[in-house]
Design a binder for this molecule. Structure first.
Ligand code: FUB
Length: 320
C-alpha cells in the first residue's frame, strides 16, 4: 500500500497507536468531536471525552469498531480532554495509558485495565503516582515495559523540571537545551512508574543537545519508540513546525541522534503517529484534517506504508 488511506469515516479519530495483539492489528486513537470550545494555544478545542478501539485482520481489509472502551465519566480523577493514549499487554492483561486533565486542570496519565484488547477498560481510582503532561506510549522489551511521555505548550511539560512542578512554568531560552521527552520503566503490575522518569536526550549531528530555539527539530509531543535491525528509533512531533521526525540510538535510554523527517506537514495543526510492523511490512499511522475541511480539532486517522533505505534511514513521506 503506497497511497495513504483513511481508516474510519463515521467518527473523527486522531493520534492512532497501533499494535499487533492476537495476530490482529489493533488501533487506539483519540476520538475528536465538535464540542464547541473555541480554539486557543492551550488546545482547549481538543475537548475529547472517550476512546474507541479498532481492529483489522489485514491492512487492506475491513476495520472493526469495538465501541467505547473508556469514557471520562468513568474516571473519577479526570475532568476533561482525554488526549492521546496507548495500550500495552503483559501477564495476560491489557493496559490502556491515557492523558487527561484532573479536577485542577493539570494533565496526568491514567491507567485502565482489560482482559481483552477490545476492552472495555476499567480505570484505576487515581492517576499514576508522579505522572504529569501528556502522550503516553509504551514500549515492550522482553519481560519489561517502558513508558514514554511528554508534550510542551498545552501539554504542560514546560511546567516541570526533574519531575517536579516549578514556580513559573516556561520553556528554556532559545540557545538552551530543549525540554526532553521522558522515559521510565513500568512496575511489574503495569500500574506505576518503577523508577523516576528520565530525560530522553536528542543530540544534533555535532553531539550537542537540540536547543529550545530549534523548532524544526526539537521535541514537542507525540512520543513513539520502535526498533529496526537492532536500533532504537524514537519518533515525535515538532508541534509548531508540524513535522514528524526521528532520532536513533543503540540504547533504549539514549542519548538519541537526530536523523530526519518521517512525515512533512499535513493539513491541520497537529501531527501525531505510531509505527508498527504488521504481516511483514512497516506502516505509519497518522492523522490529518482533510475530511473536516481543515478544522484542526476534527482529525481523521490514516495509514501508509513506511520504508527504510539500506542504511536504515526512514524514507520521508509527503504529508497532504
Ligand atoms: O489529541 C490531542 C493532542 O493533540 C495530542 O495529545 C497531541 O499529541 C496532539 O496530537
Amino acid at each position: 500500500m503506497k497511497e495513504a488511506k483513511y481508516l474510519v469515516s463515521d467518527l473523527f479519530t486522531a493520534d492512532p497507536s497501533a499494535h499487533v495483539f492476537n495476530n490482529k492489528l489493533f488501533i487506539y486513537p483519540s476520538h475528536d468531536f465538535e464540542s464547541g470550545v473555541a480554539e486557543n494555544d492551550n488546545g482547549d478545542h481538543f475537548n475529547m471525552r472517550d476512546y474507541h478501539a479498532y481492529s483489522m485482520d489485514t491492512i487492506d481489509g475491513e476495520i472493526t469498531d469495538h465501541g467505547v472502551i473508556l469514557d471520562v465519566d468513568h474516571v473519577d480523577w479526570a475532568s476533561r480532554q482525554m488526549w492521546d493514549s496507548d495500550v500495552a499487554h503483559k501477564n495476560g492483561k491489557y493496559y490502556l495509558y491515557f492523558s487527561a486533565k484532573d479536577h485542577n486542570d493539570i494533565f496526568k496519565i491514567g491507567v485502565a485495565v482489560s482482559e481483552t484488547p477490545e476492552g472495555p477498560f476499567i480505570p484505576q481510582e487515581y492517576p499514576m503516582k508522579g505522572s504529569y503532561s501528556i502522550d503516553p506510549c509504551v514500549f515492550e522489551e522482553g519481560n519489561e515495559r517502558y513508558i514514554l511521555f511528554g508534550g510542551i505548550w498545552g501539554g504542560q511539560l514546560q511546567r516541570y523540571r526533574d519531575n517536579k512542578a516549578i514556580e513559573v512554568g516556561a520553556e528554556p531560552k532559545d540557545a538552551e537545551a530543549s525540554l526532553c521527552p521522558k522515559v521510565a520503566k513500568l512496575s511489574d503490575d503495569m500500574l506505576e512508574f518503577a523508577e523516576a522518569p528520565k530525560d530522553l536526550l536528542i543530540l544534533d549531528e555535532n553531539g550537542n543537545p537540540l536547543t529550545a530555539g530549534d523548532h524544526d527539530r526539537r521535541f514537542f509531543e507525540a512520543s513513539w519508540l520502535h526498533t529496526y535491525k537492532g536500533k532504537y528509533y524514537f519518533s515525535y512531533s515538532t508541534g509548531n513546525t508540524h513535522k514528524l521526525c526521528y532520532a536513533t540510538s543503540d540504547s533504549l535510554y539514549g542519548p538519541y541522534c537526530y536523523q530526519g523527517i518521517i512525515l512533512t506537514p499535513v493539513v491541520g495543526w497537529t501531527t501525531h503517529h505510531s509505527i508498527c510492523e504488521f504481516q511483514g511490512k512497516w506502516y505509519l499511522f497518522h492523522h490529518d484534517c482533510v475530511p473536516s475541511n481543515g478544522k484542526t480539532w476534527l482529525r481523521s486517522m490514516k495509514v501508509v506504508e513506511l520504508e527504510y533505505d539500506e542504511a536504515g534511514k526512514i524514507i520521508t513521506i509527503e504529508g497532504t
